[in-house]
Write a protein that binds this ligand. Sequence first.
Ligand SMILES: [Zn+2]
Length: 435
Amino acid sequence: MNGSQRSLSKRAFLASVGTACVAGCLGSSNGSSENGNSTDNSTDTNSTDSDSEPEPEPKEPTLFLVGDPRDELWDRGESWQDCESLDEWEVLSGSLEPATDNTYRGSQSAHLTSAGDGEVRVRIPLEGYDLTETTFSLAMYIDSPGNHYSPSFDVNAPESGRELHFRTRHKIDEPGWIRYDLGVSLTSALAGEESYMTISWGGSDVDWYIDDIRAVSVERDPKLFVQFDDSLRTTYDTAFPIMEEYGITATNFAITGREGADRHLTLSQMEEMQEAGWEFGSHTHTHRRTGELSLDEQREELEKSKEWLLDHGFTQAASTFAYPFGSFTTGTMDLAADYYDFATHGQRGAMNRLVSSPLSVNRHPADNAEQSMALIDLLLDERIPTDTLVLYYHDVIEDHDLWINPEDFEETMAYIDERNVDCRLTSELRAHQFG
Ligand SMILES: [Zn+2]
């Protein structure tokens, strides 16, 4: 998505998409209103509702959403490095060039390429922000399909008394501009009294474009969100009773096509959990690697799972989604925007509750209890710029591929309780984005 497409106002965007959607989207679903929700459960496309009539509050979410949630949030915070000038960027290794042929926004981006040893490193002075309450978001384009990448954004923050490491990790299946909200994954000793950001990549050759780095204020009101993927039976058998003990509820991203299958939740277990305050989001219908499927197959996966959730009364988090295996492309995100306004994948670390990229939201894989508890400490540390931590789990069981053993899981829940952390549901995190 380039800058000129992105600069459409929300209203203009909705006006143009609204027409296309009436022609292309309706028929198998509910009608859609301008605010992205439906008040009309019929399939009548000849609605005469006019803009001037106030619309009643919608009761239920609809299968299709109107507009693209990214357009509403990508301007969040203030521009720190628009990359129109790179004069302040100091190259420590590898090379840096202005690029005008591949930009996210404006007329130029920063093109970083690694040296022969696979490393690129640049440093940008960082002044004018209180680094105890500022995080960063940016757009990246990495021309390195098929690989997991782990770029580093390290901020030397004298106010925090620490160097703050903002890390992200993602497998790219197809090059494209993706916006990221960086979160603090760990800290280390301060490296001098200057404030600066070091951007680096190590270990493999890379063609890497960066654009529109924005500074976003943290709200300073720490909240923790617990999630599970895959609607696994151990979530009900083991995690659910432990969490009941501590009064913690969670969001489970369900593989809807596996309801009742071996090792997966049954409908009545899901209903019992919902009754107890849990909620269910979508994790596709059959859990294939989304970014590797054809666009038609991807749409089917995205649509069927939300439809299943709505049909079975799991409405609260039905517009939230987790990419299976963290696999997605910009094409997946464009499709996801038709159904979901909040989509997440595993990166690393804590985050800012105000996201600028609602379809690539950060969360932390929590299978290492010690690491999770260290992140809870960072969340509650007033000098560290984070107010949100999302911990996500798979199996709570001994000896499995993606697992945490029940003892370590219980230790983490007990620590959340002991530190008195405010635990919330993903639907609240989603709602927070759109006011
Ligand atoms: Zn999964």
